[in-house]
Design a binder for this molecule. Structure first.
Ligand SMILES: [Zn+2]
Length: 482
């Protein structure tokens, strides 16, 4: 390791990995640009000005005072009209402060499953925290959504579409990674990608940009997993089993410094998009979690590690409760800055999934309101079909969670054959190919050199090579060996 990084005596080597660049092999990263981006009006930084995070306590308390509790009669009326069937309102805000300028985000509140049909609308919010350059973050921002959507058959109804989404996210992430790597550029990016359709929230992530959910009961939960070698034993074992080496930087006369990294490459993340020049065990296969909110709604806070290195999930949620999303995002960034200073790019999206026509999420309910609401909702569900209390106030129903890095466990076993053309469609890149050119569910050791035959769907030759490389079976491209 010292060999690979002999000349990389980085100024913040002694600091935690949370503070500096993720990949320490590039000497040019030694000169961090420390200016705060602000007045440029850069699309990717939106309202990232320092001044926008300044807010007097008076303003904050004024905003809090504005919320009036909804009268009980109104609540009951709404329940009787069964408005849960209707889609919630989605409101959002964004704030950021740049140090290196490698954070990007995507806000698309107006996507449609069936183009031209507003009743099929859904929203997408994402954060891309780049490292070793910005090209992977920009490429993912521009291509990932299309790659995910193209992996879902267009004929599906809403429920089927939501069920197909986790698999499509895996395909879209891997396809985007393959396409970026074919460009021969070396930067990489984390991705936290959130799809909101009605009350259903689906989050796919690689890297360490988190998404948390704050529900009306005041319960804060994490919808992502940190793919950091330092903190993720499972990922360390996977990387080692796939032929990577995990260790710390070894400099200054043999002392080990900084977080755990994997070699070749020196990245402290175990999953990302891009990173063409690190080991292929750094995979783009996302952790995916899908939940259904109760009709009380909830708030998502999606942010790069500049926030999470400074604030716990609970502190971030508490710092902005009861405030509208736009203001909330600015407060979270301000709070992170206050506690830690500007050590890294810091980007925050706040997304409120709001019942009915509430202007903003109400603050954490008082006990009395909680009790009353539970009674109302409890009764309704008992009347419906027995006692399904999962959807009671503040309770989130978990629909799906999977984080395996093995494609066989993520892509299902569907095997779509176009009977007209006699072609199979690759489950990752969606390219049609004759069966002989790919890897199929029926193919045994002849197609798969592993001892365990592939049990997933059809993959084209390119995607099959990618799969084998990610599992450490053989490289899909020349690898730089340290
Ligand atoms: Zn393919």
């Amino acid at each position: 390791m010292a060999v690979a990084l002999g000349d990389c005596r980085h100024q913040n080597l002694g600091e935690s990995h949370r503070s500096g660049s993720r990949q320490m092999r590039s000497p040019r990263e030694g000169n961090l640009r420390c200016s705060v981006r602000g007045e440029l009006g850069d699309e990717n930084f939106g309202n990232a000005e320092t001044k926008s995070t300044k807010m007097s306590q008076t303003e904050v308390s004024k905003m809090k005072q504005k919320q009036q509790p909804v009268p009980l009669g109104t609540l009951i009326g709404r329940e009787l009209r069964n408005e849960k069937l209707e889609k919630p309102t989605v409101k959002y805000g964004q704030a950021a402060l740049a140090k290196k300028g490698e954070d990007y985000f995507l806000i698309k509140p107006d996507c449609q499953r069936i183009p031209g049909n507003p009743s099929t609308s859904f929203s997408v919010f994402a954060i891309f925290d780049g490292h070793n350059g910005i090209s992977a973050a920009i490429f993912a921002k521009e291509n990932l959504l299309n790659n995910v959507l193209s992996a879902i058959p267009q004929t599906l109804g809403r429920e089927e579409w939501l069920q197909a989404l986790p698999r499509a996210l895996v395909a879209g992430f891997v396809k985007t990674d393959i396409e970026f790597q074919q460009r021969g550029e070396t930067s990489g990016t984390t991705v936290t990608f959130v799809v909101i359709d009605g009350w259903t929230v689906t989050v796919a992530s690689v890297g360490d940009s988190r998404c948390i959910l704050d529900t009306q009961g005041g319960v804060v939960s994490l919808l992502t997993v940190d793919h950091r070698l330092e903190e993720n034993v499972e990922e360390r074992e996977r990387v080692t089993a796939s032929g990577g080496e995990v260790g710390r930087l070894n400099v200054f006369g043999g002392s080990e410094v900084g977080p755990l990294r994997c070699w070749p490459g020196g990245l402290c993340l175990s999953r990302s998009i891009g990173d063409t020049d690190v080991g292929e065990f750094i995979v783009p296969i996302p952790h995916v979690k899908q939940v259904k909110l109760s009709n009380a709604g909830g708030r998502l806070i999606i942010a790069s590690d500049g926030i999470w290195d400074a604030l716990s999930s609970d502190v971030a949620a508490q710092s902005c409760r009861g405030l509208p999303a736009e203001l909330a995002a600015k407060l979270v960034v301000k709070e992170a800055l206050r506690s830690r200073g500007l050590k890294d790019d810091t980007t925050c999206l706040v997304v409120d999934i709001i019942p009915y026509d509430h202007p903003i999420l109400p603050p954490t309910p008082k006990k009395k309101q909680n009790l009353l609401s539970s009674l109302i909702f409890g009764k309704r569900y008992q009347n419906a079909n027995g006692a399904n209390r999962l959807s009671a106030v503040g309770v989130v129903e978990e629909l799906f969670e999977e984080g395996s890095a093995m494609l066989a466990e993520r892509l299902g076993k569907d095997f779509p054959l176009d009977s007209n053309s006699g072609l199979f469609r690759c489950a990752i890149c969606q390219v049609d190919q004759p069966p002989s050119d790919g890897l199929s569910v029926n193919s045994g050791p002849f197609f798969s050199p592993s001892s365990k035959p592939w049990e997933g769907p059809f993959l084209c030759a390119t995607c099959r090579r990618k799969k084998d490389a990610m599992e450490g079976k053989k490289p899909s491209r020349p690898t730089v060996t340290a």
